[in-house]
Design a protein around this ligand. Structure first.
Ligand code: SF4
Ligand code: SF4
Length: 224
């Protein structure tokens, strides 16, 4: 899931000074789990805007904010509320915010959140970054632990010389990713993998912007 945090509310209000009325869009997926775009946050921002003398023409929580067509369809019955707003505030990740740029081509769209990383929820509203979306997964060779993300140096063959008492030299409060990989490989009886050199990655696979069609090629051709 995409991990987001709320922008500083004072600064957010400063960026909105040119407008008097807003429509607020949240997201039922990641942003709700992060506590940045669910019903309580929609209500909280609505109250804050109203206390600041602004009008909120309506609020809406998309099923999946980054799903462009689905969200546009969901918004159709809300023509009046969205029409009354001078600007849209989106309480989701950057992808959801840009979906709303498509849904509202004639209105300014503002994000209320900062998008931080792709994360795993370990406990309620506690998130760990475990994958950097590098485009070429190599964790089959590292016991299922990602050194690209878990090692601050992103070392494909580790550990570096700075490991101290099993902890990382860059972030001493975390365990060295390569010590974790060693422990894991030992546990699953794959310690031999530690001595195999992982070849340099093809970083062109993480070159932005990336696009993907997951549809069968036949279907894509037919739609052209
Ligand atoms: S190797 Fe790449 S794709 Fe695999 S978990 Fe790490 S960052 Fe993600
Ligand atoms: S101590 Fe371990 S996790 Fe930290 S930079 Fe070196 S190899 Fe990476």
């Amino acid at each position: 899931m995409i991990i987001t945090s709320k922008k500083d509310r004072e600064k957010l209000l400063e960026t909105l000074t040119d407008y008097d009325s807003f429509f607020l869009v949240g997201c039922s997926e990641c942003a709700t789990l992060c506590g940045t775009g669910g019903e309580p946050e929609l209500a909280e921002l609505k109250e804050l805007l109203e206390q600041s003398g602004k009008k909120v023409s309506g609020t809406f929580r998309a099923k999946t904010g980054c799903q462009v067509l689905g969200t546009k369809t969901e918004l159709k019955p809300m023509n009046v509320e969205t029409g009354d707003a001078q600007a849209i505030i989106v309480m989701s990740c950057g992808a959801g915010t840009q979906a709303m740029v498509e849904a509202f081509p004639d209105k300014p769209v503002y994000p209320s959140n900062d998008s931080l990383f792709l994360g795993n929820m370990t406990r309620y509203q506690m998130f760990d970054e475990r994958c950097s979306l590098c485009g070429e997964c190599i964790i089959d060779q590292t016991g299922g632990i990602c050194p690209v993300t878990a090692c601050p140096k992103g070392l494909l063959n580790g550990p570096c010389g700075g490991t101290s008492n099993g902890n990382c030299e860059i972030s001493p409060d975390i365990k060295c990713a390569w010590v974790r990989i060693y422990d894991r490989l030992e546990k699953i009886n794959r310690l031999d993998d530690m001595s195999k050199i992982i070849k340099p990655k093809n970083w062109s696979k993480s070159q932005k912007p990336r696009v993907l069609s997951a549809r069968p090629q036949k279907e894509v051709k037919e739609k052209k």
